[in-house]
Design a protein around this ligand. Structure first.
Ligand SMILES: Cc1cc2nc3c(=O)[nH]c(=O)nc-3n(C[C@H](O)[C@H](O)[C@H](O)COP(=O)(O)OP(=O)(O)OC[C@H]3O[C@@H](n4cnc5c(N)ncnc54)[C@H](O)[C@@H]3O)c2cc1C
Length: 398
């Protein structure tokens, strides 16, 4: 059988692609095995960078959606962002927030497993899943042939959404090793310091609730390179720098993070955790300021069989460039402490992708995840990347 579309991957980018493809097409999802081992950054064993199993990192993400859409790739998918958000959160309006610095923190993040089940119910026999890892593909005159273990599948169009670590591997094996970059870009999250109530620029974080989550206002740093959030600092978290080490817990998969949060003996961590998850108790005499910073080439990714290794100089330079709009901020004394942002992207050489004929609208093979996005800016990128995938697949249908 020749499918209309094969999608490699079952994470958020694959899901955005499938939603965009529409119900009449015969679609095969090669989604990776049902269960897999989490893969970690080489030096931080508490923070996952890849999950090559069903649903990908979407099983663990916090679901935060940004709305400022500063980066060009996000602006291109402005309309699709609104449509896709409505598909997942029909009772929350995003339209009037677009172009404004807000974060949507959902009660229920988009979980691929649940959403694939919904799509399967809607699409019936036209959506077919196989829990297989793809090895490689070949492009022919009338479509692609995909090889997965001992099996072979054919389709008119192929969508690659195997994630920032795995999509380049599939392209390198199928087309040319030159498509895989030796670096991957990312965000880091660092603690910038504290604002106290007596500071002239002090104001508590703005929170607006909906039935599906809450909106949290953010600021950009003076140079636009970082996304700044203020969060209540209570109890032990009022001590400058005390919280940043414990804050590492939020890099963990959500379920275990909450379980560990409940066991923690730090009331400051519990208070910040309740704010982060539910927007509770924003008013506090002291505020912690966190910065999410874009770091180009944050990790070196020389060999496919070894996890990416942090490039310390890139990260240190990004932290040193941080320019804050509040003169009265009590600055951290530990700029060396930060968390990796889990927002891996730009692992494919975009010029090489173009030269291989895989970036045009007519191409039968498209890379739809963040591995083919170069400049994500400081905002959370995953929902923007989903909206881009949704836009690219809709172009084929329309
Ligand atoms: C704890 C945590 C919190 C996060 N919070 C946020 C947040 O609030 N906001 C935000 O924007 N981002 C967040 N992220 C990042 C977000 O989770 C990822 O950017 C996003 O899930 C990436 O989706 P993806 O589909 O591109 O790739 P992945 O999730 O990596 O999915 C890749 C898919 O490809 C499959 N696959 C891999 N190799 C193969 C192969 N050879 N053959 C077939 N299938 C294959 C896998 O099984 C998987 O289904 C968070 C991440 C973590 C870990």
């Amino acid at each position: 059988m020749v499918y209309d579309d094969i999608i490699i991957g079952s994470g958020l980018a694959a899901l955005g692609t499938a939603v965009g493809l529409g119900p009449s097409r015969k679609v095969l999802i090669l989604g990776g095995p049902e269960k897999a081992e989490l893969e970690f950054y080489s030096d931080q064993k508490s923070i996952p960078c890849s999950y090559p199993g069903f649903g990908g990192l979407g099983n663990f993400w916090h679901g935060v959606v940004s709305t400022a859409i500063e980066a060009p790739y996000a602006q291109e998918s402005r309309k699709e962002l609104v449509e896709l958000f409505k598909y997942f959160y029909p009772r929350t309006s995003i339209q009037e927030r677009i172009g404004q610095p807000w974060l949507f923190v959902p009660r229920q993040p988009v979980r691929p497993r649940r959403e694939w089940a919904r799509l399967s119910r809607e699409r019936g026999g036209n959506l077919h899943f196989l829990p297989l890892l793809t090895d490689r593909f070949e492009i022919g005159d009338s479509g692609s042939t995909v090889f997965a273990g001992a099996e072979t599948f054919r389709s008119r169009r192929l969508w690659i959404a195997a994630g920032a670590i795995n999509s380049p591997k599939i392209l390198a094996t199928s087309i040319s090793p030159g498509l895989r970059r030796a670096f991957v870009s990312d965000h880091i999250i660092c603690y910038a310091g504290q604002l106290e109530q007596r500071a002239p620029e002090f104001s508590p974080p703005r929170v607006e609730r909906t039935s599906e989550g809450f909106w949290l206002a953010f600021e950009f740093s003076s140079d636009g390179g970082a996304l700044l959030t203020r969060r209540p600092a209570r109890f032990d978290y009022r001590r400058l720098d005390h919280g940043i080490e414990q804050r590492a817990i939020f890099g963990l998969p959500t379920n275990s993070a909450i379980a560990r949060l409940l066991k923690t003996t730090s009331p400051g961590l519990v208070a910040e955790g309740l704010f982060n998850k539910f927007g509770l108790f924003p008013n506090s005499r002291v505020l912690s300021v966190y910065a999410q910073i874009f770091v180009r080439d944050a990790l070196q990714f020389l060999r496919e069989d070894v996890p990416p290794t942090p490039v310390i100089e890139s990260e240190a330079q990004a932290v040193a460039r941080l320019s804050l709009p509040w003169p009265a901020l009590v600055k951290t004394r530990r700029p060396d402490l930060f968390l990796r942002g889990i927002h891996l992207h730009h692992s494919i050489d975009l010029d090489a992708l173009d030269a291989a004929g895989l970036s045009s609208e007519q191409s039968m093979v498209r890379v739809v995840d963040a591995s083919a996005i170069s400049q994500i800016g400081p905002e959370h990128h995953s929902f923007y990347a989903m909206a881009r995938a949704y836009r690219l697949s809709r172009q084929v249908v329309s």
